[in-house]
Design a protein around this ligand. Structure first.
Ligand SMILES: *Cc1c(COP(=O)(O)O)cnc(C)c1O
Length: 401
């Protein structure tokens, strides 16, 4: 996808616009599979919440990928995209027992992350295979909002509660077929991860009937120059070696599972916005774009830095800008950022806009959500229409006032 392609796509479909490069998604998937090619049973479950357009799910399904879901709606999306229930993992947190029952009845793999549900579910459905999400309490870096391994985290069953887990399993005679951890996004330092993996192996030994071990995600992708990226190849070599040794020790063949979201789709995404105003104040130059945190919330929510390029003036002289959105409260995408000279009407490309961007978009300020386009085989195809004003009114019930 060249900048000239992106400019053309912006012209054809308008801004703001999300564009995803299908080849990039597939190549990330293949990179992960290749890094673990020593493992006979290796499975990737794409975390739907990162980017949930049904076409993205189908694209990954064609590559042999499964799904990781966190809501019944994501499960339904996966089934709609043609996934077999057995290829879907459901990892809810704090949802109702009724929702878990409904998903289990669909034949989807259930992953339980608290003792009370485990006890209740085991008593009622002792024959339904269940995976257990443990919290190994290992974390390193990352934003506090996306770190889920710390001691106060609401995710997973604490590793220190293993005796209680075992008592429930013994009492209910429930069938535990998998063990899982997800220590959070953006923290994949290989050594820290391997340490957490050891804790998971230790817990796995407590169960005799496992079919898989799911190591979650946490793969770090570079958002800006100088960002550290998880060395997938090194990670693959090291974890594979350890996993194969564990499998021998365990005495039963196991599937190694990962469930990345960001790693698969982040870099494939571009978010295109048009500059409405260039405003010089006494202290800074603002570039005001035709979008805001209603469409791309990561900078405001996590302090995430998305690299921004002025694709209308790639070779222009660089100057310092604050790029701001149109929402009527603080709405800053970037402060004091070097970008090639911006003129009103230019198109800015926010890079790494594949994961947690459109999927977190809202209608705040009564704005419509952007369109989504897939770039595939050298051409653009629309995969989600831009919302219209009718969508803003759609579920509102107008009463006599
Ligand atoms: C969000 C999530 C993922 C994906 O995390 P990424 O950082 O996008 O790779 C994986 N597993 C679970 C349980 C999640 O909640």
């Amino acid at each position: 996808m060249q900048n000239s392609d992106l400019l053309q796509v912006a012209q054809n479909y308008g801004c703001p616009l999300y564009v995803y490069d299908a080849d990039k998604i597939v190549s990330q998937y293949n990179r992960l599979v290749k890094a673990f090619n020593k493992i006979e049973n290796f499975k990737v479950h794409y975390a739907v919440k990162a980017l949930s357009n049904v076409n993205i799910l189908k694209l990954l399904k064609n590559e042999g990928c499964g799904l990781d879901t966190v809501s019944i709606e994501e499960v339904l999306l996966g089934l709609h995209a043609g996934f077999d229930p057995s290829e879907i993992m459901y990892t809810p947190n704090g949802v109702s027992f009724e929702e878990i029952e409904r998903v289990a009845q669909m034949g989807v793999q259930i992953n339980i992350d608290n003792l009370s549900i485990l006890e209740h579910f085991g008593a009622k459905y002792p024959t339904v295979p269940v995976c257990i999400r443990v919290n190994p309490h290992v974390m390193a870096g990352g934003n506090a909002n996306i770190s889920v391994g710390h001691i106060d985290s609401k995710f997973g069953i604490s590793i220190h509660q293993m005796p209680h887990i075992l008592r429930i399993v013994e009492n209910t005679k429930m069938h535990i077929n998998g063990i899982h951890m997800h220590t959070g996004s953006d923290i994949l330092d290989v050594e820290v991860f391997l340490y957490a993996a050891e804790i998971l192996f230790e817990s796995a030994k407590q169960f005799k009937t496992l079919d898989f071990i799911d190591f979650g995600s946490g793969f770090k992708v570079p958002y800006k120059k100088g960002d550290i990226e998880t060395d997938i190849e090194e990670f693959g070599r090291k974890l594979s070696k350890r996993f194969l040794a564990f499998e021998k020790e365990y005495g039963r063949s196991l599937t190694l599972v990962f469930e990345p979201g960001k790693f698969l789709v982040s870099e494939a995404g571009s978010f295109l916005a048009k500059v409405n105003v260039v405003k010089q104040t006494t202290s800074t130059v603002f570039a005001g774009v035709d979008t805001g945190f209603n469409h791309l919330i990561r900078p405001m929510l996590y302090g995430a830095e998305h690299h921004i390029e002025n694709i209308s003036n790639i070779k222009g002289k660089e100057r310092y800008y604050s790029v701001v959105g149109y929402i009527c409260e603080t709405d800053t995408f970037a402060t004091n950022r070097r970008i090639s000279e911006i003129h009103e009407g230019d198109i800015l490309n926010f890079k790494n806009a594949g994961a947690y961007c459109f999927s977190m978009a809202s209608n705040y300020n009564s704005r419509t959500k952007p369109a989504e386009v897939l770039w595939r085989n050298g051409a653009a195809v629309l995969i989600r229409e831009r919302e219209t004003f009718e969508d803003i009114l759609r579920n509102q019930v107008e009463i006599d006032i």
